[in-house]
Design a protein around this ligand. Structure first.
Ligand code: NDP
Length: 395
């Protein structure tokens, strides 16, 4: 039986507490903490009503290590699930280190003032975590997260060597708004408007935003324009999948989404530097976040499916082989179960499964780890049980 502390009561945090409550045989004590207590209270009531499970709530500023340390000392969790924003990864990791507590997150550290994310600063905690005998599991969402586990599973069961990987992320959900993002708008728009990057023959190759496009026929959805982006799991997969020659990441965007984004970018609304406005300073992208629909409210309106998967090509028993492994998630089904659309659902379910792997000690070793470094089989089994069944096909 485990005691968990979840930090961040946003769209993904909501799914995480639903799934923890559904797995109360494993997680007998759940605390949800966030910057605003109201956000936690709403989910506390929802969980009580739906599952008759009591969760504790708390207010915390996750940018403040001392506040986090006090909270962790009070709750004494077996693991802290960081479901706040990537800006808080380092403060929460530091607080876990100071309190000898295991850590999990779903997105790698990003500095608020630079639209850039990388694992360097989190990997730098590896020795300290090892010395303390505690574990950090990085990127336990869908992508990163399940996509890393898909790669490890293919590597274990279907290939002697994987040479090419394409990660393919399609969200064919329609929320009926002219423009909205499915998760935190600031994080989403920073990611999408940055240069693309992929890895080939040992080198990173940079592309302009949306420069490389292909059409992929997504099972249960159909053909969609898919654009090459840089995505964080590429950084760890190039280290851990041996024999790799190329890895790329593609995400679908509609023409309307791209036109809106280009227009916002052209007028400076995606800027991350503060600008002077009538005597006060505002950060354009943060102001835009205030104007856009809150991703938490998209659930009831969003119809359609997501399909996220991995296509791998390589060698098995001397022959060239290729496999496609993917999950399809329905926005309305996700909403019925957890009051959240599929983008939050596909992130929150793997966060809970990652925590389950850690507390059941199926995945446990001191240090800082990425998902593909563990045996994929127990995680893959849980995906089928916990609402994210996967399919595999030979290409
Ligand atoms: P939201 O913006 O909906 O939620 C984040 C929550 O974090 C907010 O509700 C806010 O709570 C809380 N928060 C923000 N700052 C602080 C702080 N200083 N202290 C305490 N709480 C804080 O984002 P999402 O739920 O959509 O995303 C959550 C995480 O999941 C992000 O890191 C995102 O990058 C990641 N993600 C990962 C994916 C994957 O597949 N790996 C896919 C999608 C998202 P409050 O309401 O109390 O202010």
């Amino acid at each position: 039986m485990a005691n968990v502390l979840v930090i961040g009561a946003g769209g993904v945090g909501r799914v995480v507490v639903h799934k923890l409550a559904q797995n109360k045989d494993t997680f007998d004590k759940i605390t949800l903490a966030s910057r605003r207590l109201e956000s936690c209270k709403e989910y506390q009531d929802e969980i009580k009503q739906k599952y008759n499970v009591d969760i504790d709530i708390a207010k915390v500023d996750a940018n403040n290590v001392d506040e986090l340390v006090d909270l962790i000392n009070k709750v004494k969790p077996d693991v802290v699930l960081n479901i706040a924003l990537p800006y808080q990864d380092l403060t929460i990791m530091e607080a876990c280190l100071r309190t000898n507590t295991n850590y999990l997150d779903t997105a790698n550290y990003e500095h608020p003032d630079t639209a850039k994310f990388e694992y360097k600063e989190q990997w730098a905690y590896d020795k300290k975590y090892k010395d303390a005998g505690i574990m950090a599991l990085l990127g336990s969402g869908f992508d990163p997260g399940v996509t890393n586990v898909f790669c490890a599973y293919l590597q274990k069961h279907y290939f002697d060597e994987i040479h090419y990987i394409d990660i393919l992320d399609c969200n064919a959900g329609d929320h009926g708004y002219p423009f909205a993002t499915n998760f935190n708008p600031e994080i989403n728009l920073r990611e999408v408007s940055s240069n693309g990057r992929y890895w080939e023959n040992g080198k990173w190759i940079e592309t302009k935003p949306m420069e490389i496009k292909m059409v992929w026929d997504y099972p249960q959805i159909g053909p969609r324009d898919s654009y090459l982006l840089y995505h964080e799991e590429l950084e760890s997969l190039v280290k851990h999948i041996k024999g790799l020659k190329r890895i790329r990441f593609f995400m679908t965007f509609s023409q309307s989404y791209l036109t809106h984004m280009k227009c916002l970018e052209n007028v400076g609304m995606l800027g991350i530097e503060p600008v002077e406005h009538e005597g006060c300073k505002i950060v354009p992208i943060q102001f835009l976040k205030t104007l856009l629909p809150d991703p938490k409210t998209l659930g009831p309106r969003t119809k359609g499916k997501t399909n996220i998967g991995v296509v791998a090509k390589g060698i098995k028993d001397g022959k060239e082989v290729s496999y496609y492994i993917y999950n399809v998630c329905d926005h309305q089904e996700a909403y019925k179960e957890t009051n959240s659309q599929a983008v939050s659902y596909t992130t929150g379910v793997p966060a809970m499964i990652g925590a389950k792997m850690m507390v059941e000690k199926k995945w446990f070793k001191p240090g800082v780890w990425n998902m593909e470094e563990f045996d994929p089989d127990p995680f893959m089994e849980e995906l089928n049980k916990q609402g994210l069944p996967w399919h595999i096909q030979k290409m």
